[in-house]
Design a protein around this ligand. Structure first.
Ligand SMILES: Nc1ncnc2c1ncn2[C@@H]1O[C@H](COP(=O)(O)OP(=O)(O)OP(=O)(O)O)[C@@H](O)[C@H]1O
Length: 264
């Protein structure tokens, strides 16, 4: 066990999913999944199409009922958990445009509702919305209708909506889907800031891509079962590269890493 693993062992679980089973239609989609994410960790949930990744995170946010097993969030059983403003969730790519002509500001502000005091957004709420949009590089589009944005831009707005609540736990289902490489790097930078600030992150990913340097641990699903829970698989051409200099974001006295992967 390395120093990082020892450090993580001592931290309290933020997500504790144990023996989770779920059936959708007549299909058993989760077949005894254990998933623990501790405070400050960045965990990637990987696996082939249909392996159950989205269902697992939807179960974590209480959207898919478990037929067996248990779920605790921040140490509280799901049945008694009420502090949803501590969790930011970006579902698998959906469109932010619903046909209703909402502006970018309105969509991102909606992520702030659980934090808004007395029903009216105050200065702090407005600042959080702007900051979230700056983080994803969309502040200049704040007045635009989301209908006028590309799919990738809408995805960034949905991420800003989750960030606006300043969550302690961020759960994102394929956040890079449909986002071009330049903007993937913007999002990776935004996520790096969240992680540096102590936010715990659970990501469903198809490939590690630009997020690879941030990932502490990977959990791989196959057919609704966990087949790996440990170090992330080495991305081809990244760690394998001679001279790769990976400085862990949680390392004591962390300095800005020198990146030799996709981010450079
Ligand atoms: N509402 C539903 N009713 C019936 N089956 C479903 C439903 N939602 C998902 N499934 C099935 O459950 C399985 C797991 O789906 P899930 O979306 O969790 O997988 P995934 O690993 O996230 O896949 P992908 O990478 O394609 O998003 C798939 O076989 C899918 O067809």
């Amino acid at each position: 066990m390395d120093t990082q693993e020892q450090e993580n062992e001592g931290r309290e679980p933020v997500i504790s999913l144990t023996g989770a089973r779920a059936t959708l239609g007549s299909r058993p989609v989760l077949r005894g999944v254990d998933l623990t994410v501790r405070r400050g960790e960045v965990v990637a949930l990987l696996g082939a199409n249909g392996s159950g990744k989205s269902t697992a995170v939807r179960a974590v946010v209480g959207q898919v009922p478990l037929s067996d097993g248990s779920l605790e969030l921040f140490g509280t059983d799901l049945k008694r958990f009420r502090q949803w403003s501590r969790i930011g969730y970006v579902p698998q790519r959906t469109t932010a445009a619903s046909g209703v002509p909402a502006t970018v500001r309105e969509v991102v502000s909606s992520g702030r509702l659980a934090r808004t005091k007395l029903g009216l957004p105050g200065r702090g709420d407005k600042a959080a919305v702007l900051r979230a949009l700056e983080l994803v590089g969309m502040a200049d589009r704040i007045k635009d209708s989301v209908n006028a944005l590309s799919g990738g831009q809408q995805q960034r707005v949905l991420i800003a909506r989750a960030l606006a609540a300043e969550p302690e736990l961020l759960i994102m289902d394929e956040p890079m889907a449909g986002v071009d490489l330049a903007n993937q790097e913007v999002l990776a930078g935004a996520l790096r800031e969240q992680v540096a600030a102590g936010v715990t992150v659970l990501l469903v990913l198809h490939e590690l891509g630009p997020l690879e340097p941030l990932i502490d641990r990977a959990v791989v699903l196959r057919d609704g079962c966990v087949t790996h829970d440990g170090p992330p698989p080495k991305a081809v051409g990244q760690h394998a590269l001679p001279g790769h200099d990976h400085v862990h974001p949680h390392a004591a006295h962390a300095v800005e890493p020198i990146r030799t992967g996709l981010l450079t």
